[in-house]
Design a protein around this ligand. Structure first.
Ligand SMILES: [Cu+2]
Length: 156
């Protein structure tokens, strides 16, 4: 190699090492920090609760569920705004799902991404349990999850 190119070669080697180190550190820390960006923090006094029906109530097979929320606001899914979220109604879900990732959308986990604060339900006769979980703009519960007390009802 000509003597005049040696410094350039050294510089190139250093640059390659730097790039490798950068890619390596991104592969370690990049993904988790991106995932963490999807989490939102709720105000400490935030509370969600089922206004209606009340715990222990007997209802007809078609009934209305009203969602309550204090200490923060309701915003539609996709709208990233501090101290907001949208409701998810868990029907007969005995164990809370993973609260650090987007909530699934199933017959038992209903999303109200339009910002709805009530819904009409039709359930089979018998005992059912309802519970609310607030999710952020990307359907992920807040890092201090806002979860209601469960309400147990009997459908006639
Ligand atoms: Cu959702």
């Amino acid at each position: 190699m000509p003597r005049s190119l040696a410094p350039l070669h050294r510089w190139f080697k250093a640059a390659v090492i730097l790039c490798c180190a950068l890619v390596f550190s991104l592969s370690l820390g990049g993904a988790p920090s991106w995932a963490a960006a999807q989490l939102s923090h709720a105000p400490e006094n935030a509370q969600t609760y089922i206004i209606e029906p009340s715990d222990g109530e007997t209802v007809r097979s078609d009934f209305t569920v009203k969602f309550g929320l204090t200490g923060m606001g309701v915003a539609p899914a996709g709208v990233e705004k501090d101290n907001t979220g949208h409701h998810h109604l868990l029907i007969d879900v005995a164990e809370l799902p993973e609260l650090t990732e987007p909530l699934a959308s199933t017959d038992n986990i209903k999303h109200f991404g339009g910002g709805q604060t009530e819904t009409q339900l039709s359930l089979a006769p018998g005992e059912h349990t309802l519970r609310l979980v607030l999710g952020n703009y990307s359907h992920v519960p807040h890092d201090n999850p806002v979860v209601s007390e469960p309400v147990t009802i009997t459908v006639k």
